[in-house]
Design a protein around this ligand. Structure first.
Ligand code: ATP
Ligand code: MG
Length: 458
């Protein structure tokens, strides 16, 4: 994200939290709107004491039925904040004219058979400190004085009783949803944060320490891909470092020899000797450069008769007097990079000729693979060295490398085999010597889409 001013938070976590909170607010507004829009259209109760008419009637009946001694207690017991009942004297009242309240209440009370003959005076009084008017019902003959607050506020508890559970449930739902959403966002965000930190530190510290694969499936996949990439980069960096160290190490010998020859003069400083050291150094550098170049080779793949290709390489060795025999299937076609495969076979036969005197080369089909085998009668490679000789600049012992070999041939072969998704294995040749077996898939693209398998090297 750019540094432009934006109302959205900058972090993924912040943005997700903002989305959750705003969707909750929208939900609240929509629900509130629907509650208001869909509320029942019953007209509100009018102000006045008549909603209390039943309570007033009941109080009058109860006082009438009570013995004189208990009437005070009954009156006190039936009094409530919105309706006071007493048996003596009228309540203080500043009368105000509100005819309709009184008429309605009188009609209700007079409808009672017991009240038909009673003297009932009712009056509406001005608002008290709470801002509410009240209605007085005086029945002096019966000793009943009732004051009932007007208005509908006495319905509030009732109202709350029905709406409170709804409000509390809705708020609890919001709190639970909010907590769960924030928790799941945190859970998703945490591996992302770890990944970002890892990627950042990996830039400085190339030692790969794998990420823990946790969290949702997609994030676990990202972590796995990151771990693989990290391992590949670390391996490539390590290989290049090893290669540079090997070049540095190998160049030191001819360089020291060269400077000693120049220092000492005489026959040691003869141009031929100096030229020989320079040639050796040149060869080492060229070998290293061509190895590095080969690793990024982008030669297009072609369908090639593998038997014919291997046979032509063998023929070149035979032409310079090497004892190389070839035997192979005809018409075995394989989708491969022909120049790279020819280079691979060339390096194999070169090694076999260098370390042995008789070389036998075979090609054949096995399942969906083309098998190329190069066998010689040389000293072979001990099995514990099979992995090591594949590394760049690895040579078994100084005596064997007297020929000036750089130790790059097998690394190049291994690289080409891997590029073709093939396998390379070393075997003991009977009665003596080394047999190198290479299996190349006839159609390496048939495996495309799947991650490359680790290449078996024995
Ligand atoms: N056919 C073989 N028989 C015995 N040892 C072998 C054979 N092929 C390779 N090796 C051993 O493996 C080492 C690595 O071989 P590789 O081809 O990588 O290097 P090189 O032949 O020494 O040099 P370069 O190929 O760079 O000229 C060799 O130095 C040798 O010790
Ligand atoms: Mg070689």
């Amino acid at each position: 994200m750019t540094d432009r001013f934006s109302l959205l938070p900058r972090t993924v976590y912040g943005q997700m939290v903002a989305i959750v909170i705003s969707s909750m607010l929208v939900t609240i507004f929509v629900v509130a709107f629907l509650v208001v829009a869909l509320r029942p259209t019953v007209p509100p109760l009018p102000e006045g004491p008549w909603p209390n008419a039943l309570a007033i009637e009941t109080a009058i009946d109860a006082l009438r039925a009570s013995p004189t001694a208990t009437r005070d207690a009954v009156a006190r017991g039936m009094s409530a904040p919105d309706m006071q009942i007493q048996t003596t004297g009228p309540f203080p009242c500043a009368r105000i004219p509100t005819e309709h309240f009184s008429v309605l209440l009188r009609r209700i009370l007079k409808a009672q058979p017991d009240n038909r003959d009673a003297i009932i005076t009712e009056s509406t009084c001005a608002a008290d400190s709470s801002g509410m008017t009240s209605t007085h019902i005086d029945m002096p003959r019966e000793g009943i004085f009732i004051t009932a607050h007007n208005g509908i506020n006495h319905h509030l508890p009732q109202l709350m009783r029905t709406t409170l559970p709804l409000i509390v449930s809705f708020l609890s739902l919001l709190v639970i949803m909010g907590t769960l959403s924030l928790w799941s966002l945190w859970r998703i965000n945490r591996p992302l944060k770890v990944l970002a930190n890892k990627a950042d530190t990996f830039g400085h510290d190339i030692t790969p320490e794998p990420l823990t694969e946790q969290g949702p499936l997609e994030l676990r996949r990202v972590a796995r891909a990151f771990n693989r990439m990290q391992a590949r980069i670390a391996a490539a960096t390590e290989e290049r470092t090893r290669m540079l160290m090997a070049i540095g190490h190998d160049l030191r010998t001819p360089l020291t020899r060269l400077s000693m020859r120049i220092e000492m003069g005489g026959p040691d400083a003869a141009p031929a000797a100096l030229r020989n050291d320079l040639w050796l150094m040149n060869r080492m550098l060229n070998g290293a450069l061509s190895f590095l170049k080969g690793q990024g080779d982008t030669e297009p793949a072609e369908r090639v008769d593998i038997g014919a290709l291997v046979e032509s390489v063998c023929a070149e060795f035979e032409a310079i007097g090497r004892n190389v025999t070839y035997q192979g299937d005809l018409g075995l076609t394989c989708l491969c990079q022909p120049v790279a495969v020819a280079r691979m076979v060339n390096n194999l036969i070169d090694n076999a000729c260098k370390f042995g005197s008789h070389v036998r080369v075979d090609t054949r089909r096995h399942d969906n693979e083309a098998i190329i085998e190069v066998a010689d009668n040389g000293p072979g490679i001990p099995s514990e060295m099979h992995d090591i000789v594949l590394l760049p600049f690895a040579r078994l012992d100084p005596a064997r490398s007297a020929d000036g070999g750089l130790g790059l041939g097998l690394s190049i072969i291994h690289d080409i085999v891997q590029r073709h998704r093939g396998t390379l294995t070393f075997h003991h040749n009977q009665p003596s010597g080394l047999r190198v077996r290479i299996a190349l898939p006839l159609d390496p693209h048939g495996t495309r889409g799947r991650p490359p398998e680790p290449h078996a090297v024995h």
